[in-house]
Design a protein. Structure first.
Length: 338
């Protein structure tokens, strides 16, 4: 524990010095701001509902980080930690353990909200920052929860769109280097102690395709995206863009085309006969430019439609396949009584 104490002090002092070099903020004030942020970081442990489809890929037992953002015990984390879960426990920086429950999960951003079932004492909620205010190569701080809450320095390397193979897209995502291993739900703070991102992924290369430099790092969901949807998440348990059609595929871009690499069991894609290895050429007769465009075209389909058609190439022939329009949010398993 003494070793971690000295490491933490060195990081706080280093960050304080960095901010002092960039602004008029004193090192002591910066240290206090980061300690307050660290104090709001919690360990999130969850257990998936029995037979939850997401357990096939995410596991039934999950663990990551959350950040207290509300005086009522509201905690922001990454959604896949709490997707289709029924048992949630948090542990604070003071090593106190509390039961919690799911408040909301937003498919569009990937945010998850949970709340402690017992009032949290001695924790000041963090303030939100704006990713647009950060500059490339500016120092940031990553906070992860485990046996103890650790702070680590990182640098902002890029802010650009991100498209995930699992039917996920952000118009703005934060990319940092060096990477942290315990990235799930990790809090990304600026040197004012403001939360600017929530940890989502480890990536072998975070640099844009046109950049010859290769750097491992992490992708964070910007907290800028939370304010416009927070009210609806609290009211409805999901964001305004969570109700949308889905396919149930994992897909990648190869040779300028979209190829299916996995089909989710019991999904609309599987029921329609789509298979891994097939190429997706068009949606409703419109050629597909890239993976992001494809997903956006699917999400734009009216939920009151009955079917839509994708044009696929299976290596031998091109054909159109009808798929049912299914609201993804309606297929997510919820605990009994919710």
């Amino acid at each position: 524990m003494k070793r971690w104490f000295f490491i933490r002090c060195a990081i706080l002092l280093g960050c304080a010095s960095a901010l002092y070099a960039q602004t008029a903020t004193s090192p002591e004030q910066t240290r206090q701001l980061l300690e307050r942020a660290q104090n709001a970081v919690v360990l999130v442990s969850s257990r998936a509902i029995e037979d939850a489809p997401s357990a096939r890929t995410l596991g039934r037992e999950r663990q990551g980080t959350g950040v207290v953002i509300g005086s009522d015990g509201l905690i922001l984390t990454i959604g896949y930690l709490i997707l289709e879960t029924e048992q949630i426990e948090i542990r604070t920086h003071q090593q106190k353990t509390y039961p919690a429950h799911v408040v909301a999960y937003d498919q569009a951003t990937g945010f998850g909200l949970i709340k402690s079932l017992v009032p949290l004492s001695g924790i000041v909620p963090v303030q939100m920052g704006q990713s647009k205010d950060q500059k490339i190569d500016e120092m940031l701080v990553v906070a992860t929860a485990g046996e103890t809450t650790l702070l680590g320095p990182t640098k902002l390397k890029d802010i650009r769109p991100f498209t995930g193979y699992w039917e996920y897209h952000l118009d703005r995502a934060i990319y940092t280097n060096p990477p942290v291993a315990d990235h799930s739900g990790a809090g990304l703070f600026n040197l004012k102690g403001e939360l600017v991102g929530v940890g989502s992924l480890f990536m072998q290369d975070i640099m844009p395709e046109h950049n010859p430099e290769s750097l491992a790092g992490n992708m964070y969901v910007p907290t800028d995206l939370l304010a416009p949807i927070l009210k609806e998440m609290l009211q409805n348990g999901m964001g305004p863009q969570s109700r949308r059609p889905w396919l149930g595929i994992n897909a990648v871009e190869r040779q300028g085309r979209i190829q299916i690499v996995r089909v989710t069991p019991e999904s609309p894609a599987q029921k329609a006969g789509l298979r891994a290895g097939q190429w997706v050429l068009a949606l409703e007769g419109r050629p597909i430019e890239n993976l992001a465009t494809f997903y956006k075209q699917v999400w734009a389909l009216p939920l009151n439609s009955s079917i839509f058609r994708v044009t696929i190439f299976d290596g031998r022939e091109i054909r159109q396949i009808p798929l049912p329009v299914v609201d993804r949010s309606a297929t997510i398993k919820k605990p009994t009584g919710i």
